[in-house]
Design a protein around this ligand. Structure first.
Ligand code: T4K
Length: 365
């Protein structure tokens, strides 16, 4: 490949379509602090996703930090997965809470409810699972555990935009769900994110925390961050929503092409996706097992030499990072998966030929 193929490439609208939105911003001179485009995007997302309340954020990480704060979690342990992007664990530590990493179910890449229950102590205050690759967690089992032990349940749904499961938006489960609208995500606003909540009071609380804790000009009730999304970002979100169905359809097509091209290769397993009411095909992870002639790292290098930049999402595990050594736990299933997984390029403009070219390299080893 002459041009590099990266693990993802952002979806962007035609530049011409963006100009009228910029003109609107230039005309009304409201650039941020929950302006008209921001309000329109919150409403449009509630309708599209089928959720009652959304608070937009400048990124998913600040949204995660704020979600934990909004639930009043000031001390204690939060049970989470080590098989994730660092933002999940960082959000716990930023809140001065203690992350407790437990193992995953390798079939879903998600936290194992039995491991969650086994890790509960009298210090546990919350569970923070991740819908990894947009594959839903065992939401019913996790809710049962949360109810039984009176724990808060916050989903890191950074990968789960648009997913519907058991007749509902996946974002509707738990106490709060956090999405990311980063450039690399299914739906992007350059940078961005959101918290989905279930009541007007909670949304108001989150919105205040998002804005330094300001209640009114003379009253500031919390020490919180600036998590606001600008009008330019909101404008992009409104435009992206117009083409989201095409985006999802293209992703589904690529998922199908890869699966067909990679089936029956000894030592290559495509991570299976459950049948959902609506899927988003946000990543295409494959697992390179002992039967394949190359290790995961060797295949990664082989692809790289051909200008194809797959990614090891998620390696290393949080528990393998020196910054998290104080929170080390044994999670053998997560460790094995993190050493064998490779996410192949997956984005709507990846062509069928490119997809087949990548698959053929893997097949012809
Ligand atoms: N929770 C979970 C489970 C997450 O996965 C994430 C983010 C978060 C929370 C936090 O949400 P945010 O605060 O980010 O909203 C990327 C993303 O930066 C990160 O958002 C994402 N997860 C993570 C899984 O992947 P990197 O370090 O791999 O990104 P980078 O810059 O290497 O990008 C990957 C490839 O994408 C590049 O090789 C080229 C392409 N790319 C990237 C960007 C930024 C583009 O073509 N254009 C671009 O603008 O982390």
């Amino acid at each position: 490949m002459k041009t590099p193929i990266y693990v993802t490439q952002p979806v962007l609208p035609e530049l011409d379509e963006f100009i009228p939105y910029l003109k609107e911003i230039w005309d009304n001179k409201i650039l941020t602090n929950c302006g008209p485009l921001h309000q329109r995007l919150e409403q449009a997302l509630c309708e599209y996703l089928g959720v009652p309340y959304i608070s937009l954020f400048n990124n998913g990480t600040i949204a995660l930090v704020t979600a934990l704060q909004a639930l009043g979690l000031e001390q204690g342990e939060v049970i989470t997965t080590p098989y994730t992007f660092v933002a999940t664990a960082h959000s716990i530590v930023w809140n001065k809470l203690t992350p407790v990493f437990v193992d995953i179910d390798p079939n879903t890449s998600n936290i194992d409810p039995e491991a969650v229950e086994a890790a509960i102590t009298d210090k546990t205050v919350a569970i923070l699972p991740v819908h990894c690759y947009g594959i839903p967690c065992a939401v019913d089992a996790l809710q049962t555990i949360a109810d039984q032990y009176q724990l808060k349940l916050i989903y890191d749904a950074a990968h789960a935009f648009g997913i519907k499961h058991q007749g509902r938006s996946i974002l509707d489960y738990g106490d709060l769900s956090v999405i990311s609208f980063h450039a690399t995500k299914v739906f992007n606003t350059f940078e961005g994110g959101a918290i989905v909540s279930h009541g007007a009071d909670m949304k108001q609380r989150i919105d205040q925390l998002r804005n330094f804790g300001i209640v009114n000009e003379a009253t500031i009730n919390d020490i919180s961050l600036n998590g606001k999304l600008s009008e330019v970002h909101a404008a992009l979100g409104l435009l992206q929503l117009k083409t989201i169905e095409d985006t999802l359809q293209s992703r589904q097509n690529i998922d199908q092409i890869y699966r067909a091209a990679l089936e029956n290769i000894d030592g290559i397993d495509c991570v299976s996706r459950p049948v959902l009411d609506k899927d988003n095909y946000s990543y295409f992870p494959i697992v390179i097992t002992e039967n394949y002639p190359l290790s995961r790292d060797e295949l990664f290098e082989k692809l790289k030499a051909k200008n194809i930049f797959a990614r090891k999402y998620f390696f290393p595990l949080m528990t393998e990072l020196s910054i998290y050594q104080d929170f080390y736990t044994e999670t053998p299933k997560a460790k094995k998966l993190s050493e064998q997984v490779l996410c192949l390029p997956m984005y709507p403009t990846l062509s069928i030929d490119e997809c087949k070219y990548i698959s053929n390299i893997i097949k012809d080893i």
